[in-house]
Write a protein that binds this ligand. Structure first.
Ligand code: AMP
Ligand code: GLY
Length: 421
């Protein structure tokens, strides 16, 4: 089988997926819509936005695409997988109905409660006034969440009742926040657990830890993720198997039972509390930057596994193996990220990186006048691999220090806490 694959998206996650898919013996050619300049070396960038469903289907037909792989959540929530299925094109990624597990936090919460999945207690409100009245009556602070997709800006972890009320007002004024959730605040380390799903079965990947805040020591505003490493030492293989049974499988079974089976990457954002693991959120896709730390350790054919999820072959529990070492991805973000990322700054030093154990994944970059320039919030992800986390981090940071652009922001403490354990 020689397959043409269309990968939808343009971030660091998609570059990592492209890098791994390019190694598959099943592959004929890779197409990216729209892709980024780093991905262009691995296949063909097609200038079609992830939101343009009509043109995506046109290109899929024209290039005889045998599998569409959808990276980001927005096209999934908009029904891209449904459109592919209606056109008879195999797709890795859930239908809009199944992707509601990410696109509606109220839906996800109801599903978790009915399936017995451990999660934080929450209350749902259809209008901000009712949410504010409830918060006032409770006399305490809550985690305030907008129900809908909000590009990482839909959650406020407030410290006081006054902050809770401010967050209710602010999020309640957004489209995503027409419905609000007030959730009990939990504490503990956060782990991302991602499983490949074929609608019935789940195949968990190694656990990863993301670093969501902008600055060292988990200070500064929330971001899409400033770095990640894998495997997260907090969970061993038995823990992952248990979470697979207690969290991933019940979610997939609950979706199948309502006639909306989940085929794709199911991502559980977990908090390891003193009372056990609790799900903070589900995503209907791979994590970014977790994927840039997980895939470099994957031994096995990613394309074969994604095809199985898309119903083209059985999903086997032993399809994927993992190398023994560790991987860590340090995100280099633009000046002004996350509020107002600056664009157009020349990126220097990429050509100096010659360590074969380092991978540089592009995200917000552009190629202009013969050089790479910044073109988005998260610009690059530098992944180091090695026998252990410490060696891995040293490699990643050595490479990071060779790269320069104006106002470059990155965290110096990715994985640091885990090496101290
Ligand atoms: P979410 O998009 O739901 O994962 O929330 C974004 C971030 O907010 C998470 O990564 C956590 O750091 C934080 N968060 C979400 N829910 C809670 C909670 N119930 N308790 C404490 N922190 C939370
Ligand atoms: N890194 C967090 C996410 O992908 O949602």
């Amino acid at each position: 089988m020689a397959l043409n694959v269309l990968l939808v998206g343009s971030g660091g996650r998609e570059h990592a997926l492209a890098w791994k898919l390019a190694q598959s013996p099943l592959l004929n050619a890779l197409f990216f819509a729209p892709g980024n300049p780093g991905m262009a070396r691995l296949g063909h960038n097609v200038p079609i936005e992830a939101s343009n469903m009509t043109l995506l289907l046109d290109i899929a037909r024209r290039e005889h695409i045998g599998l569409v792989v959808v990276g980001p959540e927005a096209p999934l929530a908009a029904g891209l997988a449904d459109a592919c299925l209606a056109a008879g094109i195999p797709v890795f990624g859930p239908t809009a109905a199944a992707a509601r597990i990410e696109s509606s936090k109220a839906f996800a919460k109801t599903l978790m409660i009915s399936a017995g999945i451990p999660t934080a207690e929450a209350h749902t409100f259809d209008d901000p006034t009712a949410a504010a009245a409830f918060a006032r009556a409770s006399g305490r602070a809550w985690v305030v969440k907008a129900d809908g997709l909000a590009a990482g800006k839909g959650v406020v972890v407030s410290e006081t009742l006054a902050e809770t009320l401010d967050a209710i007002q602010a999020l309640g004024a957004t489209l995503a926040g027409r419905r609000l959730l007030l959730e009990e605040r939990l504490s503990g380390p956060e782990i991302s657990l991602i499983a490949l799903c074929d609608g019935e079965r789940v195949l968990p990947l190694i656990p990863a830890q993301d670093h969501k805040r902008l600055r060292d020591g988990d200070a500064g505003p929330n971001t899409g993720g400033m770095g990640a490493y894998a495997p997260a030492p907090h969970l061993d293989a038995a823990d992952v198997a248990a979470l697979s049974r207690q969290v991933m499988l019940p979610a997939v079974q609950a979706l199948a039972a309502t006639g909306t089976p989940f085929r794709g990457a199911l991502y559980a954002g977990l908090m390891l509390t003193e009372h056990g693991a609790r799900v903070l959120e589900f995503n209907a896709r791979f994590g970014d930057p977790e994927t840039q730390a997980i895939l470099p350790l994957l031994e096995g054919d990613l394309l074969a596994a994604l095809l199985a999820c898309a119903g083209q072959a059985p999903l086997q529990p032993d399809m994927l193996g993992w190398s023994k070492g560790a991987a860590a991805c340090v995100v280099l973000a633009a000046e002004g990220y996350p509020e107002t990322p600056h664009r157009g700054d020349p990126i220097e030093g990429l050509e100096l990186i010659d360590d074969p154990a380092v991978l540089v994944f592009h995200a917000g970059t552009a190629w202009e006048n013969g050089q790479f320039v910044t073109a988005g919030g998260r610009v690059l992800g530098v992944t180091g691999t090695g026998p252990d986390l410490q060696a891995t981090l040293a490699r990643a940071y050595r490479a990071v220090e060779m790269i320069h652009f104006r106002g470059m922001q990155y965290r110096r403490d990715i994985g640091a806490r885990a090496t101290r354990r």
